[in-house]
Unconditional design. Structure first.
Length: 479
């Protein structure tokens, strides 16, 4: 009978465990040498200390589910030339640190029928902790149509990462708006307040009206913005913005146009009425405008006065005197040629006396039916031809960015029948906008209308110009 030897069993177990250990070491060695890769922030897996897929924990990338999504504040488009528009949107990032170097967006311009007339997509940066603009310039619309609505769609952001500095890096030191009517130019001095330079800096300037609504915008770029330095940047527009920027900081050059056709003496008297009362109301308008405005004056009947009674001037007393001296013509029947009056008023507004930083305005008064010029096809009076001529000349003024206010004056405007409605339609068409057409059946009404126009010429208070600068330089590198 064999004797039980515990030490032999123990030795065999030692050999077995040693063999297994060696095999495990070899297996792990092969695995680590040929198959293992350490957890990284770019391996497409949630591992290590990550709280999401390749984000959070020790990763620079911020998990999207931990940040507040950006919000659209407003979006708008602004006409540059016929058929081309700048589209701008303000996007708010409420996150104090989280920012994105890749915010994808799509602008849609919609016309009044609801049809999409233009689209533009792109990608931009979204710095942290403020509101930032997205700008797309010179978007051409389908068939040159005018957009009634501008929509921006932003895609969910996949990449969020820390940004060390936001809008506080740049400070606007000085803003100067020049030549708003001829060659609009906005000069801006911007300071980089940080100790690091910035590259590929985008700068967007937006002008707001008194109600806080954006009225126009422009964009420029700075390739390299040195640390603790100042840059002078310039924004330009190809056409006048004097009519768009309605702040009273922009002066007005105003042509007053007064009807002195035969019907303006229909009430009789010496001096004739209602011409005399209309002249007094016009003089009251002169006293209402600001002392930075220039006013010119002309009257018209069969033909406009030639030379006109007064060219553009800032001397109110001279204008009032010119208005007071206006008299009925004495060379036969005094007809009404509105078109010629518009042409003459526009000529003065385009003369060397017009200031390049002033908006152009015509305040046009008529007491009714247009009767001249005669139709050149037959040499006869033709009301429809004369009306179309007046519309054509008014459109020429509008094409030169002239704001036109029209006033239908006379007691027959208090009872508008079919015949008067025809005149009302014409006078309304001559105005820049239906809201800039007025009727004044009485002298009291006329004085009220002149007061309303004087108040509508501009908006009190300074023009609010917001300059926002953004750069991708401040994003923390991914690791």
């Amino acid at each position: 009978m064999s004797k039980f030897r515990p030490w032999a069993i123990y030795r065999r177990l030692q050999y077995a465990f040693g063999f297994v250990a060696v095999c495990n070491i070899l297996a792990f060695g092969v695995y680590f040498l040929f198959f293992y890769s350490a957890a990284t922030c770019f391996d497409g897996l949630q591992n290590g200390q990550e709280i999401g897929l390749d984000c959070g924990g020790g990763c620079v990338r911020i998990c999207a589910f931990t940040v507040t999504p950006p919000e659209i504040v407003w979006s708008e488009s602004f006409k540059i030339i016929d058929g081309q528009y700048n589209a701008v949107a303000y996007i708010e990032n409420k996150n104090a640190v989280a920012a994105s170097p890749a915010l994808a967006y799509n602008f849609k311009l919609i016309d009044s029928s609801g049809a999409t007339i233009a689209e533009r997509s792109g990608t931009t940066i979204l710095p942290p902790n403020s509101v930032y603009p997205i700008f797309e310039g010179r978007i051409a619309t389908l068939d040159g149509r005018e957009p009634a609505q501008t929509i921006i769609e932003i895609e969910p952001i996949e990449l969020w990462q820390p940004a060390t500095i936001g809008r506080t890096q740049f400070r606007t030191l000085d803003v100067e708006l020049l030549s708003t009517d001829t060659r609009p130019r906005l000069n801006v001095s911007v300071e980089n307040t940080e100790l690091t330079e910035a590259r590929n800096v985008e700068v967007v300037a937006t002008i707001f009206n008194r109600a806080g609504q954006p009225v126009t915008a422009s964009q420029t770029f700075i390739d390299v913005f040195g640390a603790r330095s100042t840059q002078n940047v310039v924004f330009t527009w190809p056409n006048s913005i004097a009519k768009t920027v309605r702040s009273c900081e922009v002066p007005s050059d105003i042509m007053m146009v007064l009807d002195r056709s035969g019907s303006m003496a229909a009430d009789g008297g010496d001096p004739p009425e209602p011409l005399e009362s209309a002249k007094q109301a016009a003089k009251s308008f002169v006293r209402l405008v600001r002392n930075t405005d220039l006013i010119g004056f002309l009257s018209y009947a069969t033909k406009p006065s030639s030379p006109i009674e007064q060219t553009l001037t800032g001397e109110a007393a001279v204008i009032e005197n010119s208005i007071q001296e206006t008299a009925m013509g004495t060379d036969g029947v005094q007809y009404t040629d509105m078109g010629a009056a518009f042409d003459t008023a526009l000529s003065e507004l385009l003369s060397e006396r017009h200031r390049e930083d002033a908006r152009k305005v015509i305040v046009f008064l008529t007491d009714g039916d247009v009767t001249r010029p005669v139709n050149p096809a037959n040499g006869l009076a033709d009301r429809e031809y004369a009306a179309e001529y007046a519309r054509t000349q008014a459109e020429k003024a509008k094409d030169q960015d002239v704001t036109i206010y029209t006033i239908g004056f006379g007691d027959f405007f208090s009872d508008i029948n079919a015949a008067v409605e025809r005149d009302v339609d014409l006078i309304r068409d001559l105005a820049t906008d239906p809201t800039q057409f007025f009727t004044a059946p009485t002298i009291a009404d006329l004085e009220r209308v002149y007061q309303q126009i004087a108040g509508d010429l501009c908006e009190e208070g300074p023009t609010r110009i917001e300059v926002i600068t953004k750069t991708s330089t401040n994003f923390a590198p991914l690791r």
